[in-house]
Design a protein around this ligand. Structure first.
Ligand code: NAD
Length: 519
């Protein structure tokens, strides 16, 4: 196989990752510190969703290459786990600096492969960067505990040790943030890692890997493999992999959760969503409508925390105002500085979105704004869907039960806060929910009774910063240790307790076969 030398540290600001300088569209694997083209002749085209141009080609990493990646990670683990934590942190310090310096390059790559606007792509990188910053304080986060004199002359302490080789499987919608939820925490805890980026937009992961190598991550600590179901199954089945982090759809997530945990692995699986925004009559109207439009249509609705459903409590006049604001949004290629939203990821995604909208209409929903037929001049081939608003939606409709994952806002009505809470809680997903109100009493009731991982009070997309954890309840999460924050460190470490006795023991103590108890 061809070996791709790492480019020198001067990255250009162009979207092209450095391996492209070898004139190859093929995205390499990263195995044992080397960017190597796969021997597989099968690959998947990565298409610019605004133009359908082939940006790059993702190989289906072969089984032998996958085994080499796991073996490189396993080999690197023995010295990496013994590398002082301060040295591991220092690499994260360097990595956060390099990510900042390469922000534009990462963002342009995301916009080219994923479609979101450049500004939104920068937010994608920035929210991941914050996890790297958090990992810089790992020595404190990974601290164990100590109790002196648990019995006379005996002390017990606990150590949080790394697990070994860990793995991450990523979705397409946050090409930088989600890989950065995974490997920085894992490797700074002392694990080594095998990352499988989304086959739809692997570029940001590759740039981040280059930066991590440049930051000083030793060979084999981070490895990258590519593909779809087969490689995911290989990850689930490999006995040398101890933990799997997954973010994506429920179909894949529950499959991975079942298959990997059946092999004794730890799994954290963040999955689909149907996030509700409940609007009370006392809410600040303008601020709320702005928030709803931003959270419903930002990233073309392809955020797991997109507010895709609004429940108006005792009010229907706001719907018209919502339509006015949504109409004013500019749909265009993400590199246009004026664009509010770009295309959706694929033709199939657009088709699915349009079908779900139609099914809503067929079952009695009113379409207040229809963006399905939008044409963007100059980008007629793009997978664009304009902002779409459905009202009079009820809980039995397909468009409500399914996650649409597009720029479609669904409006429902409730007579009271209780009824609104019941609607939210009856939905199978429990990722995020937001309440808009000026009543503290209502806010407190909502945060207590609502079944969702992330709750926003007058905050439409309450994604927690890395000192908390990104959670999820009901069908939105499987596992028990969430991403980043304290739970993330717990996920990537196991506890060892040491009980030690240092005292002069009288030789006359004799032998006792009774279970030792505290003396
Ligand atoms: P996806 O499930 O299609 O793909 C995610 C990953 O799983 C990819 O790497 C893909 O190759 C792999 N995969 C897909 N189908 C598989 C299968 N049958 N068997 C094995 N592996 C499979 O998800 P996506 O479309 O890339 O991402 C969108 C989804 O991710 C949405 O449902 C969204 O809500 C969810 N998401 C959730 C969160 C969260 O934190 N809860 C965050 C971002 C995205």
């Amino acid at each position: 196989p061809r070996i791709f030398a790492l480019a020198n540290s001067q990255f250009s600001t162009a979207a092209e990752p450095s391996w492209r300088h070898g004139n190859s569209l093929r995205v390499p694997n990263l195995i044992g510190g080397r960017f190597v083209d796969s021997e597989s002749s099968d690959s998947i085209d990565v298409l610019n969703p605004a133009t359908q141009e082939v940006v790059s080609q993702v190989p289906l990493t072969t089984n032998d290459e996958f085994k080499s990646a796991v073996s490189a990670a396993k080999q690197a683990f023995s010295s990496w786990r013994n590398t002082p934590i301060t040295a591991r942190q220092r690499i994260m310090f360097k990595l956060q600096d390099l990510i900042r310096k390469n922000m534009d390059k990462l963002a342009l790559n995301i916009t080219t492969e994923q479609g979101k606007t450049l500004k939104d792509a920068q937010g994608d990188v920035f929210r991941g960067l914050e996890v790297v910053e958090h990992a810089c304080g790992m020595a404190t986060l990974q601290m164990g505990e100590y109790v002196s004199n648990v019995s006379s002359g005996i002390d017990t302490y606990s150590i949080r040790e790394p697990l070994g080789v860990c793995s991450g499987i990523c979705p397409f919608n946050f090409p930088a943030m989600i890989p950065l939820w995974m490997f920085p925490v894992a490797v700074t805890c002392g694990n080594t890692f095998v990352l499988k980026p989304s086959e739809k937009d692997p570029g940001a992961s590759m740039i981040l890997a280059e930066l991590a190598v440049e930051a000083g991550l030793p060979n084999g600590v981070l490895n990258i493999v590519h593909g779809t179901n087969d490689i995911v199954n290989a990850i689930c089945d490999d006995d040398d992999i101890k933990a799997v982090s997954f973010v994506g759809s429920n179909t894949a997530g529950m499959h991975i959760y079942g298959r990997a945990s059946a092999r004794g692995k730890r799994v954290q699986s963040n999955m689909g969503a149907k996030n509700h925004g409940v609007v009370l009559h006392d809410a600040n109207v303008d601020a709320t409508l702005n928030a709803l439009v931003a959270a419903g249509f930002g990233a073309a609705g392809q955020r797991c925390m997109a507010l895709s459903t609004v429940v108006f409590v005792g009010d229907s006049k706001s719907e018209e105002k919502l339509v006015e604001r949504a109409k004013a949004l500019k749909v265009n290629i993400g590199t246009d500085p004026e664009a509010d939203l770009g295309p959706v990821i694929s033709k199939q995604a657009k088709e699915r979105i349009c079908k779900l909208v139609q099914s809503g209409i067929n079952s009695g929903a009113k379409v207040l704004l229809d963006g399905r037929a939008i044409k963007v001049p100059g980008y007629e081939q793009g997978n664009f869907v304009g902002p779409t608003i459905l009202s009079d939606v009820t809980a039995d409709m397909e468009c409500y039960k399914e996650e649409i994952f597009g720029p479609v806002l669904i409006c429902m009505k409730a007579d009271s806060l209780e009824e609104a809470i019941n609607i939210v809680n009856r939905n199978k997903y429990g990722n995020g929910a937001a309440l808009f109100t000026t009543s503290g009493v209502a806010a407190r009731k909502f945060q207590t009774e609502i079944e969702a991982g992330q709750v926003g009070i007058n905050v439409p997309i309450p994604v927690p910063l890395p000192f908390f954890s990104f959670t999820g309840s009901k069908a939105s999460f499987a596992g028990d240790l969430n991403f980043y924050g304290k739970a993330g460190v717990q996920f990537f470490t196991q506890i060892k307790t040491v009980t030690q006795q240092w005292k002069d023991l009288p030789s006359s103590a004799g032998v006792s076969l009774a279970m030792p108890t505290s003396q």
